[in-house]
Design a protein around this ligand. Structure first.
Ligand code: BEZ
Length: 211
């Protein structure tokens, strides 16, 4: 059955260019971004993998580990990483799963045969430190992902977990947040000392609590 938000993600052990990776051991209390690629030596993927490497300080700031996946071998990944480092001016230092037997791709529903024959599409999964699936997006193979959006979602999820606020349309770090509906306004005024603006009884905003 397809994975759904809130599910505990299934564990796996799979080869990578850095050796064998067991997801649960690798995660070790961190958030994880797991993302798949159609194949090695493809242009869009080359730019994406380089970008994820360049964003290393942003992942670290948020306690996130990244893992890529494509259905080619670890040897193929090693050669391709040389090209990525050269063309994207970076150093790919995170694992790319070598899912040649497609076991992880099948487990996570990354193969959509009507979209791309027998190859993984561009899936992305955000997994929290409790191993729960918090976001899943599937892109077409021809569209590179926006990893700033993935970072933005992680910021929003961490704010909700830590401060009981939600984030409105197009929210970016530093913008006002929305008080979650389960908190009555009077309680919210006590909880959020920076102030609560009641636009409607169900629409209350507060400055971002952790800024
Ligand atoms: C790519 O990864 O570059 C790609 C893959 C499939 C179709 C188009 C581009």
């Amino acid at each position: 059955m397809a994975l759904q938000l809130g599910d505990t993600v299934p564990n796996f052990t799979q080869d990578s260019q850095l050796g064998s990776i067991n997801l649960y051991d690798f995660a070790e209390g961190s958030w994880v971004v797991l993302f798949s690629h159609p194949a090695d030596y493809t242009p869009v993927c080359t730019t994406e993998l380089g970008e994820v490497a360049k964003l290393r300080p942003e992942w670290e700031k948020r306690n996130v580990k990244t893992i890529a996946l494509s259905v080619d071998s670890a040897e193929s990944h090693k050669g391709w990483i040389g090209d990525i480092n050269e063309t994207q001016c970076t150093l790919v230092d995170y694992p790319i799963l070598a899912d040649a037997d497609k076991s992880v791709s099948d487990l996570y529903g990354m193969i959509h045969p009507n979209a791309l024959n027998n190859l993984t599409v561009r899936s992305v999964f955000i997994i929290d430190p409790n191993k729960k699936l918090r976001l899943q997006i599937t892109y077409p193979a021809s569209t590179g992902r926006n990893f700033q959006e993935i970072l933005r979602v992680i910021d929003s999820l961490q704010l909700t977990d830590n401060h009981q606020v939600a984030t409105p349309v197009n929210w970016c770090d530093g913008d006002d947040c929305v008080v979650v509906p389960s908190i009555p306004t009077e309680e919210a005024r006590a909880k959020f000392p920076k102030g609560v603006t009641e636009i409607k009884p169900y629409l209350r905003t507060t400055p971002q609590p952790n800024r």
